[in-house]
Design a protein around this ligand. Sequence first.
Ligand SMILES: *Cc1c(COP(=O)(O)O)cnc(C)c1O
Length: 947
Amino acid sequence: MEPFETRHVGPDAAARSTMLQRLGFSDLDALTAAALPAEIAMEGPLDLPAARSEAEVQADLMRMAQTNQPGRAMIGLGYYGTLTPAVIRRNILENPAWYTAYTPYQPEISQGRLEMLLTFQTMIADLTGLPAAGASLLDEGTAVAEAVGVARRRQRSGSVVVVDAGILPQSLAVLRTRALALGVEIVASADPVQAVTEHDAFAVVVQTPATDGTIRSVEELSALATRAHDQGALVIAAADLLALTVMPAPATWGADIVVGSTQRFGVPLFYGGPHAAYIAVGPGMERQLPGRLVGLSQDRHGTPALRLALQTREQHIRREKATSNICTAQVLLAIVAAAYAIYHGPGGLRGIAHDIATATRRLAAALHAAGYTLASETFFDTVTVSTPDGAAQIVERARENGVHLRFVDPDHVGISVGEDTSETDLATVATAFGATLTHDEYGAWGQPERPQDYLSHPVFHRYHSETEMMRYLRALAARDFALDQGMIPLGSCTMKLNPAAALETISYPGFANLHPFVPIHDAQGYAALITGLEAQLAAITGYDAVSLQPNAGSQGEFAGLMAVRSYHHAQGHPERVVCLIPASAHGTNAASAAMAGMEVAVVKTADDGAIDFDDLSAQVSRYADRLAVIMITYPSTHGVYESRVRELCALVHDAGGQVYVDGANLNALMGLAQPGRFGADVSHLNLHKTFAIPHGGGGPGVGPVAVREHLAPYLPNHPLVADAGPVTSYGPVSAAPYGSAGILSISYAFIALMGPELRHASQGAVLAANYVASRLRERYPILYAGENGLVAHECLVDLRPLTKRTGVSVDDVAKRLIDYGFHAPTMSFPVAGTLMVEPTESESLAELDRFCEAMLSIADEAERVAAGEWPTDDNPLHNAPHTLAEVTGDAWDHPYPRSLAAHPAGLALGAVSTGARDRYWPAVGRIDGVFGDRNLVCSCPPLEDYR
Ligand SMILES: *Cc1c(COP(=O)(O)O)cnc(C)c1O
């Protein structure tokens, strides 16, 4: 079989030479040598093993998976056994229509996933009893920290967070990391009522059920909430979602913010992630929600339509003042959790919860009869058993028989029952304790059975048969435009191929079902995968050490900046807190710097789009001994390899600062240049961009942080897994020791399949971007270029002259592209009035040409508007995208024909290059975002209202 590379890189040899010819180069090396500054060019090939075949790589990963010992995970600690319904696994997790979609910034082509996310929000709002829930956060630990952030902004006074001692240890550790930089004090206490009275607290965090399984009574929780509110503190509950199906909603006892994980709603354990966390807030706090919020609005025809509401792109607008740095979240996993609730319905969920509670009570009865004492007699799915001096032995006995229990300490064992726990597992556990399982039950919830109704919306009642569910999932997927429909040329997002052979590996049983806190010798396969991937990434970037813990690019930024902060502190320079960031930087950069406790200072852009060196020098002198770090993106967000990057690094180093290179654009560097060698100290990478992990409609992601040797002692670590990072670290940035461990095999496989030929991927990306730039230049200025007039792997198409001449806006062009069968490029970032196009190496020449022809045809259409042929407020651009209902309707009163609306330039009919292709139809017309923000609706309205 042909090497994998030939399937991954779109253009074949003949197509490549056509493209190179147009650009005037004889081969790829000549092109990249001309584009890339010689002073940073890598010498020699990447130090990676030779590329291997798909069969070989899969066999290698299968062997690794088989050396993990998942057994039955009954460890608890925030991760529980669950059964993913096959209809969901097959039609969502394994379906490119769902997993290759991008974050729904273009709502007209995203109605399917937006509907699922609205269902997710509705589910969370119902179960917590609070009015507004977001569309997913990264994990439970960071969700607790984000909730504390919301409380901090709301309460203003108070500097202490009281944390109930029953909190998950990893949540507490993540919170401590965040608090470190923000100057917030954390008081962990077994008596939060007392603690909140004694301290000047702005928030109290309580875990329910507690980590040891104990459930506080509603009276106790209400008393805590009353006391907290009296003292001016908000109450944050970290709640188990399944427990909420049978316990009173936290809002009813006074919780103001509720967070938690949705993992046990059908998402595999994945050795700790990816899983979607949730957050719900009380009235008046919607506008402070971190992450994305889906809301209802309407389209041009008055049809109800969904879109991201409010603070959607706030990092790009508010930068260091943003509510949070979260960009990529956990959309695909939130969709799985919502689908799980849809498929089971409220009755089904309640049934699962009851079965689990009953099984737990039977185990408790067996242990009680055998003379053991339990930490509490009020519990749901978890009991902690007193086993003086016997814990190690009991845990080992259960393990030998295939069940992982929690070793709490030498005198205590924890047991958590999951949906997947079988009768045999229960018997194994009882036997490990020398007890006998019967049908007797012992213990209780300690709270009344939940009286409040939930999930009453029809969506939770209509799709309980597999046939209906399958069709519902198909219907939603058909509303969305993902990579399985056509090119998604989003600049800075790297929407490349997600190879099926790499994706399949995440489902290998040893990978999918492993609990993150099994003994390390039962996770040898993951250890090999993690070490292997770290080594691959170090070889590619030229850095010395890598941590895979951050579960999105934004989290990698935070981790990297915390490393810089720790380093300066260790050097005796805590006063170094200024972070220089160019004006063109991605919004997460500034937001992350603020989270790491830094002061952001903006460096100007020169006329040619490069960093303004005079301004940079001035700022470096100005901040002098307070300079902590400069954070640049390379190649820059203008799509250019800046030539003076080495000089920039030297300038900052001489002033005692560190250099952070945002590595989200590594797709232009693999095998060509290495940030770890050209002067940078630290970078984050985006495995969900450069290394083939799909975007999942807005997550999951992996944002590893890579550092030079002097920063290695400050990579993140983890309180429960010693191997996860250095003891000298500030702590963890994610709840799980290796973040989104369950999807690391995708990037590992991709790198193994490409080997040193990763260089060809980058070269292909640079070729495609320059080819597109060269074709579009006929009609649109390309805003910036580097040496020899070449761009890097993306280009900024300047629409401002066109807009000025014709009145046609960036929005009009973006939406008209939908009629031509494309997802729009990135709009107005980093420069207003432009489109940033990143074609990637995976698109064929035919698809690149189809895109260029669409853009050129749109320029023609704009000229017809300018010429007065069509009114400025009634033309194919202004009215785009056109829906099927509109062009097949009885009325058509536009001054252009239906055929032009439906099949512009005949492109979608296959008149050009790609051959016949049925066109994609958006479910709704252009959406009025402002209307939605004024009339905020962010949970499912009655179905008839919006369908
Ligand atoms: C995508 C991106 C980020 C943020 O990454 P997330 O995974 O979405 O958090 C940061 N910087 C740049 C330049 C990016 O393109």
